[in-house]
Design a protein around this ligand. Structure first.
Ligand code: MOS
Length: 738
């Protein structure tokens, strides 16, 4: 099997530029910095889900060795940004909507941070935190999604969507209506969240695990009423985040508050249990999909309804049912989406937010329909392929979804798929094949980068972004190297520091196009400056215009080949040790002309034990239309990682609440099952590798989300193919199959 495709490709030397630092421990993650005088903050967390703190007894804890302070609602300094925004100066100023840590005695979720014990060592802080005694006034908490999902407290985060008829699917020749559910899935990146805050007068420096250092800088400036210039955020390395670090959470604010109050650097790190209660999760959701088609497979109507949970204090929404509006060509579409507030912590974006959940509903329903129609599920999707965006009627910038079907179908061996479920056995195991489509928005946001080209032939690039693992650093080095015709080892990309030029928060699969476009803009501007420098400083170029000079592999060459000079010599001749250029690349401005998406198709072959219901994945093939592949190895790793996330979603991950206490009961790695190596089968990743130069000059479209979106339904569809049992409640554990 072609599982190491990149090894023998032209990308043989395609290692991550920061790979060695990461695997040897040289890479410094946010919690690993140690400013002088560092102290350690450890949370005391609520043990009820709703109510108020009647009394907090901190006397014993205060006397414990090494304790410097205990911050809670009675002694917490005011945070200016927690107050309602002053709209007299800025009419658009928004109120802070997150948890106002330590600012009142209210308890809004179990595991909520209610005090921070700061001590001279971490262990002493942990011990002292255990000595804090809390008396509560308890109120009845509602944490049960299933019981409450149709109650009268539902919120409507967006209007219903209707294209022509609501009920067209009901009148179709062939139709079905089914419900699909997804439990809470908790963010479990390898690196847990951590923040170190250091104040020097009015200057604040924060080492923070973040997907967007500039975003954290802006938020902390607002919250603590500081000039942005006085807030520096450092995020050199991130050990995975998947969306959990798209915003800053209470521990970030707590660290900043404590460091200010104590006038000492304070570090707050979350343990695994706290990861379940403080940094968001994929919300629980219920979906109902009604879908109808003519006998020849043409879709006539879809009705897609979704409800997901949020917290009582914040509305988090992600357009779960929206995928049905545009993934297939269908004349009649009705989608609704509602939110159920519960007495839990706020959910957040998790890899593929929206479509990851929505495609489970839609792509399962489509598979069910294919059996009713007796049409191959790939064929059914091709029949309903949307040539134009079904709502806007705009063309896609690029769309190579059909190519993905063809590439993946071949690799998985689709011709061996049994058309009758449960009819094929291998070594005594039931065999199933399944597939499903993934989709996510693509685009290009604004970004700025700086380039420093040096006399020694090296190029340094900088942007204040973060790389949570997709390989942004590597990709930017590749783009810089290609643009300037330099060896990769001569190019460096620095990120994770708000002193660098502004870059976007890493999310929505947008870093390659946004930051890459800024890097290209920098390189273009550098080449132009070099040409002008040659005209000004080098006799042989004096009579030329910039347009008469080519830039090739570091050399400036007169178009008529009369003269050439390497930029290293040019910088020497011109007496300039380096050339510095900063450039901004704007956001995608053609939304009125084009639809923009990345697409993927995931194929699964699996075995199911006929007696125990244990599933063994045998092979996954993911085919992606993600535009141009900039770094094949990191792109492949993204796809593999996304599929592993999808395996978790399909088969193992489920955050459970004990509704009597409103408390998570499996908030640890023993009871919360993320896929391990043994769960992950051999994988083939195939890319259409068709550049999309309309979205951006990088040609890329984005990979991060489509790597996961569609994987879970592909697995569930394969389970049905193997067993004839349709499981509509994730995860598909063996008990659901026997
Ligand atoms: Mo991703 S959910 O955009 O970090």
């Amino acid at each position: 099997m072609d599982t190491n495709k990149y090894n023998d490709s032209i990308f043989a030397d395609d290692d991550r530029v920061d790979g060695l630092a990461k695997v040897t421990g040289k890479a410094k993650f946010s919690a690993e910095f140690k400013p002088a005088g560092l102290t350690y903050g450890v949370f005391v967390c609520s043990t009820i889900a709703k109510g108020a703190i009647k009394q907090m007894d901190i006397q014993d804890a205060k006397k414990a060795p090494g304790v410097l302070d205990i911050i809670y609602y009675l002694n917490c300094p005011e945070v200016p940004g927690f107050k309602p925004a002053d709209r007299t100066k800025n009419p658009n100023a928004r109120d802070f909507t997150g948890l106002k840590v330590f600012h009142n005695n209210m308890v809004v979720s179990n595991g909520q941070p209610i005090a921070l014990v700061v001590a001279d060592t971490f262990e002493r802080a942990v011990h002292a935190a255990s000595l804090v005694k809390v008396d509560y006034i308890k109120e009845n908490a509602e944490t049960d999604f299933d019981k409450n999902k149709f109650n009268d407290k539902l919120l409507k985060p967006r209007p219903d969507y209707l294209r022509k008829e609501k009920d067209a699917w009901k009148n179709a020749e062939v139709s079905l209506e089914e419900e699909y559910t997804i439990p809470i899935e908790t963010h479990n990146p390898m690196e847990m969240h951590g923040t170190i805050a250091v104040w020097e007068g009015e200057k604040l420096t924060v080492y923070d695990k973040s997907q967007g250092p500039k975003g954290v800088q802006g938020e902390l400036a607002r919250l603590f009423a500081l000039d942005e210039k006085n807030v520096k955020v450092i995020t050199e390395f991130v050990g995975g985040a998947f969306g959990s670090a798209l915003r800053s959470w209470p521990h970030v604010h707590a660290a900043v508050i404590a460091a200010k109050k104590l006038n000492l650097p304070v570090k707050v790190t979350l343990n695994r249990e706290q990861m379940f209660t403080m940094v968001g999760y994929r919300p629980q959701c219920w979906q109902k999909v009604g879908i109808g088609a003519s006998k020849d497979g043409k879709l006539t109507g879809i009705a897609h309804h979704a409800i997901s949970n949020t917290s009582s204090y914040e509305d988090f929404s992600e357009g779960i049912s929206s995928v049905s509006q545009y993934l297939y060509d269908c004349p009649n579409v009705f989608t609704t989406y509602k939110l159920l507030p519960l007495d839990v912590n706020t959910p957040t974006w998790m890899r593929g937010p929206g479509p990851a959940s929505g495609c489970f509903g839609l792509e399962s329903a489509l598979d069910e329909l294919s059996y009713k129609l007796n049409i191959d599920p790939i064929e059914l999707r091709i029949i309903n392929n949307a040539e134009l965006h079904p709502h806007s009627k705009l063309p896609w910038t690029t769309k190579f979804l059909k190519e993905c079907y063809a590439l993946g179908k071949e690799k998985i061996g689709w011709s061996k798929r049994p058309t009758v479920p449960g009819s094929l056995k291998e070594d005594g195991m039931l065999v199933g094949y399944g597939m499903a489509v993934g989709v996510f928005g693509a685009g290009r946001s604004a970004a700025t980068a700086k380039g420093i080209l040096k006399m020694d032939g090296s190029l340094l690039l900088q942007s204040a972004v973060s790389d949570m693992g997709p390989g942004t650093t590597t990709a930017m080095v590749k783009i810089g190297s290609e643009q300037m015709g330099l060896e990769e080892k001569k190019v460096r990309f620095e990120l994770g520091d708000t002193d660098f030029p502004t870059g976007p928060t890493q999310g929505g699969s947008g870093s390659a196009t946004a930051v890459g476009s800024a890097v290209i803009a920098v390189c273009d501007a550098m080449k132009q400056s070099l040409k002008e420098m040659a005209i000004e400083n080098i006799a042989a170029f004096k009579a030329l215009k910039a347009d008469d000079i080519k830039y090739e592999n570091g050399k400036l060459i007169a178009a008529n080949n009369t003269a050439s000079i390497h930029f290293m010599d040019l910088l020497k001749e011109a007496g300039k040790p380096e050339l510095q250029v900063s450039k901004n690349s704007t956001g995608f401005a053609q939304r009125d002309k084009y639809a923009t998406n990345s697409f993927s198709v995931h194929f699964v072959k699996l075995h199911v034990h006929p007696v125990t219901g244990v599933i063994k994945l045998k092979h996954i093939v993911s085919a992606a239309d993600a535009g141009k592949i900039i770094s094949e190895k990191t792109a492949r790793s993204q796809m593999v990682g996304g599929a592993v996330g999808g395996i978790g979603m399909a088969m193992t991950e489920e955050t459970l609440l004990d509704h009597r206490y409103g408390r998570y009961i499996n908030s640890n790695f023993v009871d919360y099952h993320v896929p391990v190596h043994a769960d992950v089968p051999p994988m083939d990743i195939v890319f259409t590798n068709q550049p999309d130069y309309i979205i951006s000059p990088t040609g890329a479209k984005g990979i991060g989300e489509i790597a996961l979106v569609g994987v879970a339904p592909a697995i569930l569809n394969a389970v049905y193919n193997a067993t004839g049992k349709r499981v509509r409640d994730l995860p598909v554990t063996p008990d659901k199959l026997i």
